[in-house]
Design a protein around this ligand. Structure first.
Ligand SMILES: [Zn+2]
Ligand SMILES: [Zn+2]
Ligand SMILES: [Zn+2]
Length: 353
């Protein structure tokens, strides 16, 4: 429990979390070879790559670290939100190229810390953004409003500083780079061909960094705790099974109102037609029928067989493509067809393709 309360890494996190970081970063616990790291940027041990000397820590923090290490604690998320990415510390960012560590000591780096007060990824992004402004000219003598503002802080070379901020960001792994954020963008990668969308089962994590702290147990229990690895891409020589799904309903309000799904399954060896009635617990509307059809299509094909599903309504595609992270964040409150949506997702996630 206490491990978790530490990992509420936002500004308002438990005071003792801040104290813990101060002790991790303190001179006593600083390994000799890291003595030259600017103490101002050592803010958050678990997010950053600086080290602490475990033998120099008080007993309780020793235990905390040992526990965090034994459960392989790290910051992990399928898709951290832009806000979370921006909230991380830029200096000694833990998910960056090792070259980031070499960028701490230049004149610009010093100015960024000293005068621009640069600490977070978000601040770096804002500074780097000035380079894109049409009113800005790429030299230190530029007099645009952004450069003038920087000069008011005492900066003598705003352009150099903005460029350095960009250089720092360029060291981040794509997953943690706020400029490559949004689910929408990564969704573009999923489109396998025109008119076909891969159902996006990834989750954007919103909230604070504490929400992306994950515990990875070692040993046989790991499967249930570790998010599934990236799905294999279909190889060009694998031809997917294609299923056309249609949902139908009887007239609403009739006593026997029920919905159902029709499937047209196209395999290399032939076409098969199937139809199913939607179990009552999943609802009796046509959308419920269509979602049930998707579920059946998944169940009818081998789990490692590439599968393309065509549904008849745009609403279902949009639901499965775009709305899931949102629904999951909101715990599906007030969502019709909640049960069948969750069921479909669970089965998509268990597939290899
Ligand atoms: Zn300028
Ligand atoms: Zn600006
Ligand atoms: Zn500067």
């Amino acid at each position: 429990m206490w491990l978790k309360s530490y990992f509420n890494l936002s500004n308002d996190r438990a005071l003792w979390g801040k104290i813990a970081d101060a002790i991790f970063a303190g001179p006593k616990a600083t390994p000799g070879e890291q003595g030259n790291i600017d103490p101002r940027v050592k803010r958050s041990y678990f997010e950053q790559s600086w080290e602490t000397k475990i033998t120099a820590l008080p007993e309780s923090l020793k235990k905390l670290l040992q526990m965090a290490r034994s459960v392989n604690m790290r910051l992990e998320s399928w898709n951290p939100s832009k806000e979370i990415k921006r909230s991380r510390q830029i200096w000694f960012h833990g998910d960056a190229s090792p070259r980031l560590r070499l960028l701490n000591n230049s004149r610009a780096a010093h100015c960024l810390k000293e005068r621009h007060g640069l600490l977070t990824v978000g601040q770096a992004e804002d500074l780097a953004n000035h380079l894109e402004k049409h009113e800005h000219f790429p030299w230190d003598e530029c007099e645009c409003e952004h450069c003038v503002k920087a000069e008011e802080l005492g900066c003598k070379h705003p352009h150099t500083c903005f460029s350095k901020a960009k250089e720092l960001l360029d060291m981040l792994t794509p997953k943690w780079d706020p400029r490559k954020s949004d689910l929408e963008e990564s969704e573009d990668d999923l489109v396998t061909s025109k008119n076909w969308n891969e159902i996006d089962t990834r989750i954007t994590t919103h909230g604070t960094l504490g929400d992306v702290a994950r515990i990875f147990m070692e040993g046989p229990t790991s499967k249930s705790l570790v998010p599934p690895a990236h799905k294999d891409r279909c190889q060009p020589d694998e031809s997917p099974v294609m299923v056309i799904v249609g949902g139908v309903d009887n007239k609403r309000g009739e006593v026997e109102a029920r919905s159902g799904a029709g499937l047209l399954i196209k395999r290399p060896e032939g076409i098969e037609e199937k139809s199913f009635r939607t179990p009552e617990r999943y609802g009796n509307s046509a959308p419920a029928g269509e979602l049930y059809g998707v579920l059946k299509a998944i169940e009818e094909t081998e789990p490692d067989q590439p599968l393309n599903i065509e549904v008849q309504t745009k609403a279902t595609v949009e639901l499965l493509m775009k709305k899931i992270p949102d629904l999951e964040d909101r715990g599906y409150t007030g969502i019709p067809n909640r049960k069948i949506i969750q069921k479909v997702l669970a089965s998509v996630r268990s597939r290899k393709h």
